[in-house]
Design a protein around this ligand. Structure first.
Ligand code: ATP
Length: 598
């Protein structure tokens, strides 16, 4: 195929916004093509050389492309820059320059195969001298291009080719060409794409044997599956109703989704929700996953969250996002912001695809093949049959650092639906998220042994508020963050006077610290927000029967309230007021969004 035909099709696609017209243009373009040309045209039309997940980039900066345009059109670089300022697009500029020069199609017109090959050369050019290679290859291509070809070539290399060909339109066109536009055909074509994330592969199979040949496209380690997505419901009652009265609920961890592909040779590739490879970002997971997951090759899914390995507390998500783009500092980032992954699904195990099995079966399999490590853990899951049970689980999830719950259908047919958003999974986040501005003065009533670098020392502390009416101390958080080495080293000395072998009778908590302490030392802490808690009894029953309050993501401010005795600490009632004002603020800000955040 001549490249000019493709460029003409782009020009026509660009001039319409109507999906039906676009489909017709695509159908005409694709019908006569055969692999590998067909796959290449599909990738090119989406502005890529290979399926998106392979992350192939051309590495052509504006200045480099401008240089090639200047050379190919014998125009000064500054002049090209000046014209581009007014056209707003280097592609348009090169088209105009060549028009003015009356550039015609050469005797040897460009072909798609040749252009694709040359673009591949640009993509693989790396390191010293690569810039010169890129300029030279692009200049030669532009030297042979017609104005319209040059326009789209330049846009392609700059990543600004926007002819509006989305995946859905391509799927429509392929259905038209290879399945007579039938609905059933469309479903199967889309399913094959969702499993392979590769339109070129799907198209090649269609040419080979029509829709039937798609059966051959299965899961392959190293090729990401488009993720299953969740719907929303405004209340837990509605969630349960959708699930016909029974659901598996899981903590909804607030981090980054990963799909881990672990090959038989123990090599690991991680992909994000958008199918970008993220392996380089999480070397510690790449190292741990092959040990934690038996039965290779395997494909598992989970959520990566930052975790304090010394206290085992999940940290706010912002911490993990700080790791992005820190390639050079990765070692440091790994130490500063350790992460772990909570696995919630398995799609391939021992080389066998299991994604079609019902959720309960997949979960049982995941549990059986997983040998959890510090870095690779299992997502907490429970089966519930009432909204009350779901609510209790939600409180627990949030208290553990989650942002809500994920309800998953356990009905027959609850297989993994690649690339689909539906009510088989329903996300339910907490109904408000408002920051807590006040600090809280908490009394230390227990201590936990540290781990890792904090081994042999106390690593975290159980804090309580005071209820003067009942004269009792009620726990509201376990805090491990915010202590530097010096502060931590000081704690045993500070706490020594209060050590006691038994739980002090005036303390209420269902937490189980390694060391009990009589209420004495008061610490100032801050946190993200107050949440309902089944573990901590602070203000028990004031908001909801049988449930207390907890501070989410607590952090020691560094200030020991020397001037305060235990009964001068923040009171339970103050805590309840803080919680209420938080809820009020939230409902004033977004009155209609109960359960709809995110
Ligand atoms: P979506 O991914 O649904 O388009 P979004 O990007 O805003 O929306 P969320 O609303 O946070 O994401 O909810 C879905 C995400 O929750 C999943 O993609 C996954 O990353 C994350 N998640 C956390 N815990 C779980 C779990 N136990 N099961 C499934 N997904 C989970």
């Amino acid at each position: 195929m001549r490249f000019g035909e493709l460029a003409d099709a782009y020009a026509r696609l660009e001039s319409t916004k109507k999906r039906l017209e676009m489909r017709a243009i695509l159908v005409e373009l694709l019908r006569p093509l055969r692999p590998p040309e067909l796959s290449r045209v599909l990738y090119l039309s989406q502005g890529m050389l290979r399926p998106e997940y392979e992350g192939v980039e051309l590495g052509v900066a504006d200045s480099l492309a401008r240089k090639a345009v200047a050379l190919a059109t014998h125009t000064k670089d500054t002049e090209v820059a000046r014209q581009t300022k007014s056209t707003g697009d280097l592609g348009t500029t090169v088209g105009q320059l060549l028009e003015e020069q009356h550039r015609l199609e050469s005797d040897e017109p460009l072909t798609v195969a040749h252009v694709y090959g040359e673009l591949e050369r640009i993509a693989v050019a790396k390191g010293e001298g690569s810039q010169d290679v890129k300029v030279q290859v692009l200049t030669t291509l532009l030297g042979r291009a017609t104005p319209v070809e040059a326009k789209f070539l330049v846009r392609f290399v700059l990543g600004t080719l926007r002819v509006g060909v989305r995946e859905l339109t391509i799927l429509d066109a392929l259905t038209e060409v290879y399945a007579e536009g039938s609905k059933a055909g469309r479903t199967r074509i889309e399913a094959a794409f969702n499993l392979s994330s590769d339109l070129g592969l799907v198209a090649a199979a269609l040419v080979e044997g029509g829709v039937e040949a798609l059966e051959k496209i299965g899961l392959e380690v190293g090729r990401p599956i488009r993720p299953m997505l969740a719907e929303r419901e405004p209340s837990l009652e509605a969630v349960l109703e959708r699930m016909h009265g029974k659901a598996a609920v899981e903590y909804k961890y607030d981090g980054l989704r990963v799909q881990a592909h672990i090959a038989r040779d123990r090599s690991v590739r991680l992909f994000s929700r958008r199918l970008e490879e993220t392996s380089a970002q999480f070397p510690e997971l790449v190292a741990d996953l092959p040990h934690a997951v038996r039965s290779l090759p395997a494909i598992v899914e989970g959520e990566v969250v930052p975790i304090d390995l010394e206290t085992d507390e999940i940290q706010p998500f912002q911490e993990v996002s700080r790791r992005r783009g820190r390639k050079h500092d990765l070692q440091k980032a790994q130490e500063e912001i350790p992460v772990c992954v909570f696995l919630f699904d398995v799609l391939l195990a021992g080389g066998e695809p299991v994604y079609e099995k019902d959720l309960a079966e997949r979960r049982a399999l995941l549990e059986s093949i997983l040998r959890p490590t510090e870095r690779v853990r299992l997502a907490t899951q429970r089966t519930v049959t009432t909204a009350e049970e779901a609510l209790a689980f939600l409180d627990e999830a949030v208290a553990a650092g989650g942002e809500g719950l994920m309800a998953k259908s356990v009905a027959p047919g609850s297989g993994y639906r690649a690339g689909a958003r539906g009510y088989w999974w329903i996300k339910y986040k907490r109904d408000y998220t408002v920051g807590l501005t006040d600090s809280i003065d908490g009394v230390v009533v227990g201590a936990f042994q540290g781990r890792g670098r904090r081994a042999g020392k106390f690593g975290a502390f159980l804090l309580a508020v005071y209820d003067p009416k009942r004269d009792r101390f009620e726990s509201f958080c376990k805090v491990g963050s915010g202590f530097d080495d010096a502060a931590l080293a000081e704690m045993p000395k500070r706490l020594h006077p209060f050590l006691t072998a038994e739980k002090p009778p005036e303390v209420d908590t269902s937490a189980a610290p390694d060391q009990w302490l009589r209420p004495g030392l008061v610490l100032e802490v801050r946190g993200a927000e107050l949440t309902l808690s089944p573990v901590h009894p602070a203000g028990l029953g004031a908001v909801r029967a049988g449930v207390g309050l907890a501070l989410r993501f607590p952090r020691f401010t560094g200030r020991i309230r020397e001037e305060k005795g235990p009964t001068d600490a923040t009171t339970s009632l103050e805590l309840v007021h803080m919680y209420r004002s938080q809820v009020r603020q939230a409902s004033e800000e977004k009155p209609e969004t109960v359960g709809e955040s995110g």
